[in-house]
Design a binder for this molecule. Structure first.
Ligand code: ATP
Length: 354
């Protein structure tokens, strides 16, 4: 399906969100327009501002409106700054759960000219995003975390065959268009039933992808191996909490958390959302690095283009990433990368490259 008009929902979020999201939107709009695609970018109420205006960080009208959009661009939220009754569930989790965005894809690759601990890292972490120990999304009713007494805290971890199967399929499919290698990350020597089921189902799915090489690692060993020989790994597939932790490690190895992009997807929807948080310590000062947000939108365009077999979108996504690389190469960098550029200056240069 090729369409010349796209409707894209924009949720700016908190902290640095209103600074980095508009930069990514302007750049993506330019990349799309250059390929004959007109995008309408609809900013919807979300986050701390929506608590003030609508009484909820994710108002019902936002959820309803999101359903009518082609894809979503979501900024970070700072729920710790919300009034206590609005702190959980986190707004991002509400959207992930509502649309069953079960796959969180987090690449880690160094950008030329940015100092990196592991300049040769080129990884994709495929993180199961709907269950595990994440109490904000692993129950239909109630919370997966509870306290029978003030001194006893319990958490329920959820692992289902169906969720393992679908995330494993996404990982093996992704490996086919990369270096053809998947590492299943678990802790089945201790969490034998839960992460054991995750490992077993992933290995079953592997049999359907004989062209992809599969191996497995315990999560603690994986953390060490990522530091020791990061270039040896291609796609890692893992459960929710392990994926969250390993992807921050991989992001730092590749340069900085401020570079770490991600998309969350179901089989039919995609949401661009950078890995970093709202960074309240630098918010409002035009200091934030917009690269993670721009690359997240680039990855969402590529996902959407592949799904709808529209090469203009995949090309727009590739052009966005290339313009990030070119801007950094031209010496335009924000403070986190040792530069002096402001967020807005980075955005302006990027658009001129595009
Ligand atoms: P969360 O739990 O929501 O992920 P967090 O508290 O772990 O958030 P961040 O908000 O991501 O952490 O901030 C961690 C550090 O990284 C802060 O010092 C912040 O300023 C910095 N940081 C995060 N994102 C960026 C960015 N885009 N540009 C520059 N610095 C950033």
């Amino acid at each position: 399906m090729h369409r010349d008009e796209l409707r894209i929902a924009v949720l700016e979020g908190d902290g640095i969100g209103p600074e980095v999201v508009p930069v990514a939107v302007r750049a993506a709009d330019r990349a799309l327009a250059a390929r004959g695609i007109t995008a309408s970018w609809d900013t919807l109420p979300y986050g701390g501002a929506a608590i003030v205006s609508h009484g909820s960080p994710v108002p019902d009208e936002t959820l309803t409106a999101l359903a009518g959009h082609d894809f979503l661009v979501v900024g970070p939220h700072d729920s710790s700054s919300y009034p206590a009754e609005h702190r959980t569930p986190a707004p991002g989790a509400v959207i992930r759960k509502h649309f069953d965005l079960y796959a969180n894809l987090r690449p880690a690759r160094a950008i030329p000219h940015v100092p990196a601990t592991a300049p040769d890292i080129d990884l994709l972490i495929v993180r199961e995003n709907s269950e595990g120990l994440y109490a904000d999304r692993n129950m239909v009713v109630g919370s997966g975390e509870f306290m029978p007494t003030p001194d006893v805290a319990l958490a329920v971890g959820l692992v289902t065959r169906g969720a393992c199967e679908r995330i494993a399929e996404r990982a093996f499919e992704a490996a086919r268009s990369r270096r053809g290698q998947v590492t299943v990350v678990h802790k089945a020597n201790v969490l034998k039933l839960t992460t054991g089921l995750f490992r077993d189902v992933c290995l079953e799915v592997a049999e359907r992808f004989p062209d992809v090489t599969v191996d497995q690692q315990h999560v603690d060993a994986m953390a060490a191996l990522l530091v020791r020989r990061p270039a040896d790994f291609d796609v890692l597939v893992t459960e929710n909490l392990f994926g969250d932790i390993l992807s921050d490690l991989a992001a730092e190895l590749s340069g900085s958390l401020g570079l770490a992009s991600s998309i969350n997807c179901s089989d039919s929807r995609v949401m661009a959302q950078a890995v970093h948080g709202a960074a309240p310590d630098i918010a409002g000062r035009d200091l934030a690095d917009p690269i993670a947000m721009i690359d997240s939108v680039a990855a969402a365009l590529q996902w959407y283009g592949r799904r709808h077999d529209d090469s203009r979108l995949t090309e727009a996504g590739a052009a966005l990433h290339e313009s990030v690389v070119a801007t950094v190469a031209a010496g335009i960098r924000t403070a986190d990368l040792g530069g002096t550029a402001t967020t807005a200056e980075f955005g302006r240069h990027l658009c001129s490259v595009l």
